[in-house]
Design a protein around this ligand. Sequence first.
Ligand code: URA
Ligand code: CA
Length: 433
Amino acid sequence: MRMVDLIEKKRNGLVHSKEEIDFIINGYSNDSIPDYQISAWAMAVFFKDMTQEESAYLTDAMVQSGDTIDLSAIEGIKVDKHSTGGVGDTTTLVLAPLVASVGVPVAKMSGRGLGHTGGTIDKLEAIPGFSVEITNEKFIELVNKNKAAVIGQTQNLTPADKKLYGLRDVTATVNSIPLIASSIMSKKIASGADAIVLDVKTGSGAFMKELSESKVLAEAMVKIGNNLGRQTSAVISDMSQPLGYMIGNALEVKEAVDTLKGKGPKDLTDLCLTLGSHMVVLAKKAKTLTEAKKLLQEAISSGKALQQFKLFVESQNGDSSVIDNPEKLTAAKYKVDILAEKNGYVAEIVADQIGVAAMLLGAGRATKTSEIDLSVGIELRKKIADQVNVGEPIATIYANQEDIEASKQKIISSYKISTTKVDAPKLIYDVIS
Ligand code: URA
Ligand code: CA
């Protein structure tokens, strides 16, 4: 096989065989195929697309390019959740203890990564003492004993995806549905999930800003999962404004605790119940989504879910007293309200701009080596459809720096105030399974 022929084949809109996809990914992994040929091929894929079968082969080839995690020593069906990423998305912190409390094993492997706020691991590290530096053996033992554990990503998972994603980033080929879908699914499959629940975001803070695109991506991922023997469901949820009220690491821990106590923001609570119900059904702990949701609601109202969070924190050396005393979490020096300059109704909160405002305060990493400040962030005081009057706080900044002007201006310009009433956006747009 010659790579030049395969580039031409895709350029002409033809379909690759499994052998051809394996040849491309193996060759790229072992450096026998250079970057420039893979770049040309990725551009051909961008324009000519891939079939479901090709996408599944590509996913599988990337899974095989590195280590895969064997979770078979954990009893039960391991369901992983993945979000395509949004602003202030606190769902993992809520969902892990919530579904674990009804018997679904949660074996979560998480990274730090870049973004508006830290990843799940950074957020958990806002809890004093909490450590994800545990051995694989300890990780498996904890999931079997307590149903939930989180470990940092140490293994060499899907190196071909890492390499290809890096190349796509600088060749304008990130935004291709089969390439995104196989990239995301390869990481989930390599981390050992038996079943997968995808939270595909749509709106201004999402990777896919248009609902139609989000649907196509969700369908592509569900098909890859099913093709590779992993039951997969996708929920398409709103990211036209940040989820919940808090954006920041320690702030989101507090919001997650409130949600587990049954006192969380409505959108975050509802999304967690929806995603959680799909996880419970895929793990065969309930027959229907309705039954699953009831189990989860009971776990919240009885305090079982909160108890599970305490157990999870303690078993990874965290100080669980912050759960009853959130004021013990690291806090920022300054707290500044941003006031409304107009009367009316909130019509829009440009989610990714709020994310940038949080990053400017230090809540997220701009580059791999940036330091993250776990205590800072933003609290939204008003969300879409809320009425506001001049002088009322629309948001609060939690900062450790005196100069918050850039962040403040981003927040002000993110809020669009309308003089007429506005409807709150829908939270769940669609479910694909
Ligand atoms: N996230 C990923 O992991 N891969 C992509 O290709 C796009 C977003
Ligand atoms: Ca939030």
